[in-house]
Design a protein around this ligand. Structure first.
Ligand code: F3S
Length: 80
C-alpha cells in the first residue's frame, strides 16, 4: 500500500485524489492532510507520481522519520 506523509500537511494539493482509480483517498474536509485506505489501495503508483510535494511513498520505502504515518493513514479509516 501507499502512505501519505508529512509534506501533505496544510498543503492538501488534491492531485492524488483526482488520479486514484479506486477512490481510496480520504480526508476531504476536516483534516490537515489526506489519507490512503490500506484496505483498498491497489498499488498503482499514480498518486505518488502526481503529488507536487512528494508526500506519498510505498509503505516499504517510507523515510524512517515518517514510518508512523502508516498507522496515521490506516486509523483514519478504522475510526470513521
Ligand atoms: Fe497531499 Fe500530495 Fe495528495 S499534497 S493531497 S498527497 S497530491
Amino acid at each position: 500500500t501507499y502512505v501519505i506523509t508529512q509534506p501533505c500537511i496544510d498543503v492538501k494539493d488534491g492531485a492524488c485524489v483526482d488520479v486514484c482509480p479506486v477512490d481510496c483517498i480520504g480526508g476531504e474536509n476536516e483534516d490537515r492532510q489526506f489519507y490512503i485506505d490500506p484496505e483498498r489501495c491497489v498499488d498503482c503508483d499514480l498518486c505518488a507520481t502526481v503529488c507536487p510535494v512528494d508526500a506519498i511513498f510505498r509503505e516499504e520505502e517510507l523515510p524512517p522519520e515518517w514510518e508512523h504515518f502508516t498507522r496515521v493513514n490506516a486509523e483514519y479509516f478504522t475510526e470513521s
